[in-house]
Design a protein around this ligand. Structure first.
Ligand SMILES: Nc1nc2c(ncn2[C@@H]2O[C@H](COP(=O)(O)OP(=O)(O)O)[C@@H](O)[C@H]2O)c(=O)[nH]1
Ligand SMILES: [Mg+2]
Length: 325
């Protein structure tokens, strides 16, 4: 690395490393190239930058990237939270998404049927949780963009096929994730180099005969490390437990809002991170609302119904909030 690079170069390099979309990456690389002094000592680096730009541009064209966050592979979060189904071919990821949501991904007993992320909304009580069906982690074509999905999602659902040895499937899965700089943890943790994600194991195909042994082994080896839910996408058993567990792991609260003199809408709650305050809810409705807000009344977690609370009051799941401006 030439020693005489200005600080703007390193700022652009940092932008490149943290960029979430292809256009952002291209922009950062172009800046780096423009800043870099032109002399023999930088020939190789400039050539590298140019080739990176060319590659990303070709990729963007292939995918019809339309602009910021316009990638085919970028999955915008919707609902109370997002979970990505991760696994080897034929674990039943697509079948699960088909069983739990209105989405209709292709289900087949040959590998590599899923090519793109396929989103579906899974109803749970009065909220919706977004599920993403993905190609298998060993799909060579998907290696380039799967980390982007993993980086953005809330929870990794590690799908295993109980008809086969679960321990070796999990080993391979974790190995692949590590290659993609993603490490599943439970329930939370941090590692500077890796993107640490909450994860649970979904042991699928419990309807098949003689799967008890594989499940037992999985539980005794990894049961302290990960929550493990035993399900069948085919007959539906265990799917309610899965939904509940996923909702718990999202760590959100559901809040109903109302204006004075009106009834609250109890069907569609706003979901926010656990620990959110009255002011956070106000801001989620409109960004100026946080400052306009004087105080609120709450029904639910207060000492009494309609109790007046300050903006920094921490809400609980199910609270009703009435705003006063
Ligand atoms: N018996 C049984 N078969 C399943 C179950 N889930 C998926 N399958 C079958 O396993 C094969 C692969 O399923 P698919 O969802 O395409 O797997 P994917 O590659 O992980 O998306 C298909 O033949 C499915 O019908 C299940 O719970 N029980
Ligand atoms: Mg599939």
């Amino acid at each position: 690395m030439p020693a005489n690079l200005p600080p703007q170069y390193f700022a652009a390099e940092k932008r490149f490393r943290t960029a979430k979309s292809i256009p952002e990456k291209i922009e950062a690389l172009q800046t780096m190239l423009a800043i870099m002094p032109k002399h023999k000592g930088t020939d190789k680096l400039r050539a590298e930058l140019r080739s990176k730009i060319a590659k990303l541009t070709a990729e963007a064209e292939k995918r019809h990237v339309t602009g910021h966050k316009g990638s085919l592979y970028y999955v915008r979060k919707e609902g109370a939270g997002q979970a990505a189904l991760v696994g080897l071919p034929n674990a039943g990821k697509s079948q699960l998404v088909a069983a739990l949501t209105e989405a209709t991904p292709e289900v087949a007993d040959y590998p590599f049927t899923t090519r793109f992320p396929i989103m579906g909304m899974m109803p749970f009580e009065n909220v919706q949780i977004q599920l993403i069906d993905l190609p298998p982690v060993n799909d060579a074509d998907a290696q380039s963009w799967l980390p982007m999905v993993f980086g953005n999602t809330d929870i990794l659902v590690l799908v295993l096929d109980q008809a086969n040895d679960c321990i070796s499937q999990l080993d391979e899965l974790l190995g692949r994730l590590e290659q993609m700089r993603t490490t599943p943890v439970v329930p939370s943790g941090s590692d500077l180099e890796y993107k640490a994600k909450k994860a649970l194991i979904l042991a699928n195909k419990s309807d098949l005969p003689a799967t008890q042994n594989n499940f037992g082994e999985l539980e005794s080896r990894h049961g302290r490390e990960f929550p493990i839910i035993r399900v069948s996408a085919k007959d539906g058993s265990g799917l309610e437990d899965f939904k509940r567990k996923l909702f718990e792991m999202l760590d959100v609260i559901r809040v109903h809002t109302k204006t004075p003199g009106e009834k609250p809408d109890l069907t569609q709650p706003t979901t926010l991170k656990r620990g959110s305050t009255v002011a956070d809810v106000a801001e989620s409705i409109h960004k100026d609302f946080r400052t306009q807000l004087k105080h609120a009344r709450i029904w639910g977690s207060g000492k009494f119904d309609g109790q007046m609370v300050r903006k920094d009051y921490v809400l609980k799941d199910g609270d009703i909030v009435e705003f006063h401006i």
